[in-house]
Design a protein around this ligand. Sequence first.
Ligand code: NAP
Length: 276
Amino acid sequence: MTDYSVLLPCVPRRLEQALPFAGLVRWTGASRLWQGQAMVMEPHQTFTGLAGAGFRVFLGARRRDRLDELAKEIGEAATALALDVTDPRSVSAFVGRLPQTVHLLVNNAGGALGLDRIEDAREERWQTMWEVNVMGVLRMTRALLPTLLASGDGHVVNVGSIAGFETYIGGAGYTAVKHAVRAMTKTLRLELLGKPVRVTEIAPGLVETEFALVRFSGDAERAKSVYRGMEPLVAADIADCIVWAATRPSHVNIDEIVVRPRDQATATMVHRREGI
Ligand code: NAP
């Protein structure tokens, strides 16, 4: 079976299901078709399914303890590596540990810091958001492009946001960086025209992860209020989109997937009700 490497720089805290999904995809080299096995949401079933799959998954994030735990659960198909996408040396070290051929890069690292109006903007928050969301994607993509091209069938998936094409009060720092992710994704597609690498953006609305907790500096009550009275997406919904895009036949490029909860019409128009 072809050694099909999937790279997930930065395991989202509650996006773990993304990895098993990717691992459940088998490459049938002869027919040049992706064949996705049934997507299993229940982790144990998923991990069992992984054992027979031809994927190797390289997980990268700063907190090795979480990564190690996850890699252990996935089994020998997964390797956990420390990665800080804001540090060029960390990116080089990470890339240096990968196999010669990599087919899929999922740029997922990112997030928001604060909800400050421009008049109150804190420079360090804006700079950190730029470093993680924009420079991180640039560094990882630039570092991996040679191997993605050489693979003959590469794919870059960037996790953007509806903040990449909407704005809201207090969101200028985050919407600016996600607009930039969108611009990078579209530019990359232009630059790779005629070459064997697909480029996709996944743009989610509200997903209940640790995103809001990070945004509000660990204030759990404030973070919880983001999802009050509505049913948000969960990490597995985004994983589902990533895997679906990655498992189309290689001549099919899914440009973008915008995915929101049914309870959300725009970044700020959210249907809330009592009792949930
Ligand atoms: P999350 O729970 O806070 O996860 C963020 C992940 O990024 C963590 O695994 C974190 O791991 C990693 N990370 C952060 N900084 C990093 C760095 N410098 N280097 C390497 N890894 C780093 O948030 P999430 O919701 O899963 O976010 C995932 C992506 O979805 C982000 O790009 C976010 O902007 C986007 N998004 C989220 C939502 C939402 O509502 N949740 C909506 C739209 C888009 P470590 O801290 O261990 O490094």
